[in-house]
Design a protein around this ligand. Sequence first.
Ligand SMILES: [Zn+2]
Length: 480
Amino acid sequence: MIMYEAVIGLEVHVELKTESKIFCGCSTRFGAQANSQVCPICLGMPGILPRLNKQAVEHAMLACLSLNCDITRHGRLDRKNYYYADMPKGYQVSQVHSPIGLRGHVEIETEEGTKKIGIRQIHLEEDAGKLVHEGETISVAQGSLVDLNRTGVPLIEIVSDPDIRTPEEAVAYLDSLKAVLQYIGVSDCKMEEGSLRCDGNISVRPKGSTEFGPKAEIKNLNSFKSLQKSLEYEINRQIKTLQKGEKVVQETRTWDENKEITLSLRNKEFPDYRVFADPELGYIEIDDAWLEAVKARVPELPRAKRQRFIEKLGLPAYDAEILTKDKELAGFFEETLKYYLDAKKLSNWIMAEFMKLLNASQSTPSQSLVKPEDLASLLKNIDKGEISHKIAKSVFDEMFSTGKKPEEIIKEKGYAQISDQGQLQAIVEKVVAGNPKSVEDYYNGKEKALGFLVGQIMKETKGQANPQLVNDLIKEHLAK
Ligand SMILES: [Zn+2]
């Protein structure tokens, strides 16, 4: 039987986080009333004079540099002519002939180790409007409405090389891209708001072959789940087609979220876009000074931070990976580390307790009410034996929802650990007297009985007794 492998390339569209659109001053804010953020320029009215937004170019440059691309110093913007309902100008401004970035890469972690995924190019373009289909899916829509607020929002399209082999690698690649883009702050990368969207190109071929089979392009994947699932489905579909002795057709397909299948949208004829340089926008010239100024703004990127966490802080690779994936979480960790030096204990707490609460409340570290210095003092409280780990969790829950300082909560709730010998001694005596059967078991060599007695004391003190001290005291008492 022939073994097949998939060849996958991704085109990722990223909306750049700029105040205004790429060629006019209209706002780029998401979620406004339909068609409320438009002007003659973004509507493509006659007599318009677009002007290129410098911030959009800088964001694109920063992305290129952070993704290891060469920057095209003398570039231009082209008109790609076609008519589509969400693009009243009849053309899209894009960089067809001189993408701003070329030949980059990102690294991903796979089961076989680190893998480099090539980036063929990054180009700047304008977003189109949005069609709102009335009906379950595009294929059964009864009608469509058009919202042009999104027209002219600056985009970069990041085109990968066909280096991706599995759906898992595709997800890891998108994840890496997203982390880099968030670190450099050029996009908020919210897939649910469409600021990060992705098309997948998939073909299959017999394993070992170097040729490319006919590919299907799946349009508009807007979540990690639909990326993974649609690729799985499509690879399977193409392999089955070949196994039946049929040919895979080169075409554009859409992902049906509900049925979890891909559907043919249109056969891919190669449209002639009649591309020419936009006569109104002129050239993009990037001189040395500008390039150097943007280079100086490239921050420490996720992988470098991850490496530093492993080498300098001694964290396990797993912890470093989780903590650096999200810029805010990494920032919170590093800020707390200024007040609390045990990186591993801190990392454990953040990964277990903090992330649990963040996920449950769907919030980010900066939205939470916990301050780094307060988490640090909570951990110090545990270390000093003032509160138990279990109680610390309740304290932290309250810190998270109220923003109060741990000391305040401990005091208010009377959480402080009981380490007073005399007070505990009395409780030990009471529990021992009340459980003669367990005491007898203990004398008969049943170690478990001791655990039961300790448990009773913890219950009596609502978990506030210092467990080590309780252990010592009860052993001492029973040895008498
Ligand atoms: Zn406008």
